[in-house]
Ligand binder design. Structure first.
Ligand code: SF4
Length: 344
């Protein structure tokens, strides 16, 4: 008889042993897996398989090249990403894939908003998304409302995803599990609070985010174990911010500016999860970074896309900062909050 286990991967990089036992004394099955960063895992003994890449019709290695392609073809960043993806999957499968990704993000947000309780792992962290949702829904029933609740909803969406992640629920790795809340949260903000938002906008949102994420992954890192939290939450924030800017009507240069602003203000951010669990500071950090993503997008929309620090420069700065960062701040739980917060 098969049973399905949901297993929450610890935050800390390194070897983790998976044991399946009939009783506590008798392991039936045991394997060692390595968390190699960026959301990837590998089984001990499996060969290193280098990623295969096929030529892309729209080839770019930097945001400068990406913007040049947009200029030359008179299209936006999502169209460039679409052309590359369609060359692999075809148009129909690409749209189906994008919709499936969004559906998974949406189901995750809904699950998180509906689930109260305490997260597993021993830190006794309370889930907050469901309570915030109830408070907001009650507030919105009041005949006289004085405050704009869009930012509070944005926070609740992000908390919902990261609480699901911390309890072994299903999330979309975007670009990693620890930073999985930001892109769904900002996408839900778009659908709920931006007039005229629609499903096609969400496809453009995801494609733009993917193009920005691919630049970060190729030229720096999206892995907390390699670059600290700037590489995880900073990258997710840049992806969401540029993507939101695009669906709010931003030009490619404004999109590039939004992603740059979002990344710039995460430079140097360390990874120091308490107890090796992706809970503190990770869950709340996703909520705050979602706000940053929206702010950066709106700030960029007030400019014309010209700015001093380019996205390429900030990505390279993030890479160098990650190299200089001490190992104890890179997903090892040996520094920062991880050693200053007493676990009980
Ligand atoms: S601190 Fe940041 S990088 Fe580290 S596990 Fe948490 S979300 Fe990921």
């Amino acid at each position: 008889t098969w049973r399905q286990w949901t297993w929450s991967w610890p935050a800390t990089a390194g070897a983790h042993t998976l044991r399946v036992r009939a009783t506590d004394a008798l392991p039936l099955f045991e394997e060692t897996w390595y968390s190699i960063g960026g959301g990837f895992i590998r089984r001990e003994g499996d060969p290193m398989v280098p990623p295969t890449t096929s030529p892309r019709p729209m080839d770019y290695d930097s945001s400068a090249e990406l913007l040049a392609l947009c200029d030359a073809r008179g299209v936006d960043i999502a169209a460039i990403a679409r052309e590359n993806e369609e060359s692999i999957h075809g148009a129909e499968a690409l749209d189906a894939g994008l919709d499936a990704i969004w559906d998974a993000m949406h189901v995750c947000v809904e699950a998180g908003l509906a689930t109260a309780g305490t997260l597993p792992g021993g830190l006794k962290v309370k889930r907050r998304a469901a309570a915030i949702r109830m408070q907001l829904e009650e507030y919105e029933l009041l005949p006289l409302r004085e405050r704009d609740t869009s930012t509070e909803w944005l926070h609740a969406f992000a908390l919902a995803v990261n609480e699901e992640n911390a309890s072994g629920g299903r999330v979309v790795t975007a670009p990693t599990n620890g930073a999985a809340g930001i892109i769904p949260a900002v996408g839900h903000y778009y659908l709920r609070f931006v007039p005229g938002a629609n499903a096609e906008g969400i496809r453009r949102y995801l494609l733009t985010a993917a193009a920005i994420g691919s630049l970060v992954k190729a030229n720096a890192s999206i892995s907390g174990a390699e670059g600290g939290c700037q590489a995880e939450v900073g990258s997710a924030c840049a992806m969401a911010s540029g993507a939101l800017c695009a669906v709010l009507g931003g030009t490619p240069r404004q999109v590039e500016n939004a992603a740059e602003i979002a990344m710039e203000h995460h430079l140097g951010l360390t990874c120091d999860p308490v107890g090796g669990l992706v809970q503190v500071p990770c869950i709340e950090r996703n909520a705050i970074a979602s706000s940053t993503a929206v702010s950066a997008a709106r700030l960029a929309l007030h400019g014309d896309g010209t700015h001093l620090v380019s996205l390429d420069t900030v990505i390279e700065t993030m890479r160098q900062t990650g190299l200089d960062m001490m190992t104890k701040y890179k997903e090892t739980s040996e520094g920062g909050l991880a050693v200053n917060v007493i676990e009980c």
